[in-house]
Design a protein around this ligand. Structure first.
Ligand code: SAM
Length: 280
């Protein structure tokens, strides 16, 4: 960028994020989501906040901090959206889905209705991966549902739309793709959408894992994957308590391959690494 384009785009270099400001934002995030950010996350926070500050036309981190401190609810949600990390993809950690097909679903066959919870759903790929498998196992209009929840409202709206770049579909086995995915044409070239009938079985709603689940539904199977890594031990245990209270007795709970909750509660028993059952 030349000096003249810098001037014409009204670009103002920000003073670096001060430690006191970083501490404010990480305490705020902890209070509002339970997430712990260690010192190494300062440049990540600084980068993400800088973009928002530029968009708002503000000149400093402290000006943005004042807006958050003033209690602006809309901006608080934007800040939560900015500070959460949402990486996900279809059939992520595919061994879980093989296990779901070979062990969990046969076990749940007698359950009547099967309710599945994608408890940190991000943009919805995990919830739809589950839905593809459920549709094949129990029928597209069978007695099952998937609930996707997240604290981040922006990712939830992507999940609700269910439109993804075509490259994301390579992770989906071809047989599912043919049956349940619609390729975009014309202006939607390069995109695909999960078909309407499958979308009807999947609901997205905002939920903070640090709080008890507000719905009355009890889940037979919960995916709590790649989210506990953002929390310290006490918060992990609190999240687990709330999740267990929303499960059916004998229900299944899956965590990410790099996460373990063994020993966190006497109410769960490890079935195999990453896979637990509620025993009481
Ligand atoms: C890395 S993604 C994991 C997505 C998916 N479960 C997977 O394994 O691919 C983590 C998600 O957890 C969400 N999250 C973080 N803290 C949360 C909280 N307190 N309550 C609910 N969701 C939270 C983030 O917004 C993010 O979308």
């Amino acid at each position: 960028m030349t000096t003249s384009t810098l001037r014409s785009s009204n670009y103002t270099a920000l003073q670096p994020l001060a430690d006191t400001e970083f501490n404010f934002f990480r305490q705020w995030l902890f209070q509002n989501s339970g997430i712990t950010l260690n010192d190494s996350k300062k440049s990540l926070v600084s980068g993400r906040l800088s973009k928002r500050i530029a968009k708002l036309g503000l000149g400093s981190f402290s000006a943005y901090l004042k807006i958050i401190r003033s209690g602006d609810k809309e901006e608080a949600q934007v800040l939560l959206n900015i500070l959460t990390t949402n990486e996900t993809y279809f059939f992520r950690e595919h061994k879980h889905f093989e296990f779901m097909q070979s062990v969990i679903l046969p076990d749940l066959k007698q359950a009547g209705k099967v309710s599945v919870w994608s408890a940190a759903a991000s943009t919805g790929e995990e919830a739809y991966t589950v839905a593809l498998i459920m549709a094949d196992a129990f029928g597209l209009h069978g007695p099952w549902s998937v609930t996707g929840t997240d604290i981040n409202t922006e990712v939830l709206s992507i999940g609700q739309r269910a439109i993804y770049p075509i490259e994301a579909s390579v992770k989906i086995p071809e047989s599912y793709r043919k049956k349940y995915c619609l390729k975009g044409k014309g202006k939607d070239q390069g995109l695909f959408r999960i078909c309407g009938e499958l979308r009807k079985q999947v609901n997205f709603t905002q939920h903070n894992l640090m709080q008890p689940y507000a719905g009355t539904e009890r889940f037979n199977l919960v995916f709590l994957r790649n989210v506990l890594i953002y929390f310290d031990l006490e918060e992990k245990k609190e999240i687990l308590r709330h999740v267990m209270n929303s499960m059916t007795p004998g229900g299944w709970l899956l965590v990410g391959h790099s996460e373990s909750i063994t020993g966190y509660s006497e109410r769960i028993k490890q079935y195999q690494p990453g896979c637990y059952r509620l025993i009481s």
